[in-house]
Design a protein around this ligand. Structure first.
Ligand SMILES: NC(=O)c1ccc[n+]([C@@H]2O[C@H](COP(=O)([O-])OP(=O)(O)OC[C@H]3O[C@@H](n4cnc5c(N)ncnc54)[C@H](O)[C@@H]3O)[C@@H](O)[C@H]2O)c1
Length: 338
């Protein structure tokens, strides 16, 4: 196979963004789209000049579709992925991989049994500051990394789409947003071993619950990562600070990025061009890698096991917060690129 014929399931914001990324992938071509909203699917199919369906199973029955990009609300990731695998289609599934680890396991085993590739859209690892900081850590510039502080919290009501206010469909804030930072933490530290979490609902309306979560993840290498997550602040921020035996890094996403080595008198700013210059569009990179793994029959760069490892941490966090205890886990360290 030298070209992969793709079907898109879910023609909302992220589905369109992934197709924009796919525009730069010469070995992929969109042949059909599907959405439960006839208005949305017809308009997008017209724009792209492709076939459309309101039932994803009709799209999956097409012989001219090799693989599908799934960008539907969270609750439907598992059932649509399973339908796709059973129809013999390769799958790119948006994050969060599923609503819980049990669903992830079923998705992986169904894709394995069908012999189709499963890639998960943990795209944050391909964004400038995150990618650049991962590279610094992997190059050993900070020495042995032992502490991370990652905060991503927003303003109540800041997320679009009615489904995001329905816990039955969105799940929770950790699934909808924090799986990105959890994924990043695993890339930084490797295999997680335990999670302790505290969750609070401080605000009554306009938030995906829990609206505030503090979490400490312990890793097999002795590293500890503290995550602050939620939708509780009128200010909001995305910030990370990493400390190792030789130095530290701190950044605010798309704003400032500083590094300071032990013994140096002051911190050094890294300019935006160094961080983001020549960066492949993250959505293009994730789709390109999925297409290439299909063409070359190689393992996906972000396989189902990686999506599941993030969800295992989310599951453990809820047990920890509910039972007020530290919860051991059997997650795996991330293996994908940065
Ligand atoms: N990787 C990222 O950074 C990122 C960013 C945004 C969203 N996402 C994820 O992408 C997914 C979609 O989010 P969005 O922002 O595009 O939402 P959206 O509301 O803009 O679009 C979702 C679309 O799916 C359609 N839909 C719902 N159920 C369907 C079904 N069973 N079959 C076909 N279509 C169906 C809806 O009609 C809608 O058009 C979510 O899982 C979200 O978490 C990821």
């Amino acid at each position: 196979m030298d070209k992969v014929h793709v079907g898109l399931i879910g023609c909302g914001g992220m589905g369109k963004s992934l197709m924009k990324g796919m525009n730069g992938v010469k070995s992929a071509s969109l042949v059909a789209v599907s959405d439960v909203s006839e208005k949305a699917v017809k308009a997008y199919a017209e724009e792209k000049g492709v076939a459309w369906h309101t039932d994803h199973r009709e799209l999956l029955a097409r012989d001219d579709v090799d693989g599908v990009v799934i960008a539907v609300p969270n609750k439907f990731h598992a059932p649509v992925t399973i339908d796709a695998a059973q129809a013999g289609k390769h799958v790119f599934c948006e994050k969060p991989m599923a609503m819980n680890a049990a669903e992830c396991r079923e998705m992986i085993s169904t894709c394995d049994a069908a012999g189709v590739k499963l890639q998960i859209g943990q795209v944050l690892r391909y964004h400038g500051d995150f990618k650049y900081s991962l590279q610094i850590v992997r190059d050993g510039e900070l020495g042995d990394l032992f502490y991370g502080y990652i905060a991503r919290y927003g303003t109540p009501g800041g997320l679009p789409g009615a489904w995001r206010s329905d816990p039955d469909i969105v799940g929770n804030w950790l699934l909808e947003v924090s799986v990105h930072e959890i994924d990043y933490a695993r890339l930084l530290f490797g295999k997680p071993v335990a999670v302790t979490a505290w969750m609070y609902d401080q605000l009554s309306e306009g938030t995906v619950k829990p609206d505030m979560c503090n979490m400490v993840v312990e890793f097999a290498n002795g590293g500890v990562c503290h995550l602050v997550m939620g939708q509780f602040s009128a200010l909001g921020k995305v910030e990370a600070e990493l400390s190792g035996t030789k130095g530290a890094v701190r950044f605010h996403w798309n704003k400032d990025f500083v590094v300071r080595k032990m013994g140096e008198e002051q911190e050094c700013s890294v300019d935006r061009d160094t961080i983001a210059g020549n960066l492949e569009l993250p959505t293009q990179r994730e789709v390109r890698e999925w297409i290439e793994c299909i063409i070359h029959d190689t393992p996906p760069t972000i396989p189902g096991s990686e999506g599941m490892a993030n969800i295992q941490i989310v599951d453990a966090a809820f047990v920890s917060a509910r039972e007020k205890r530290r919860v051991s886990i059997e997650g795996s360290g991330a293996t994908g690129g940065c």
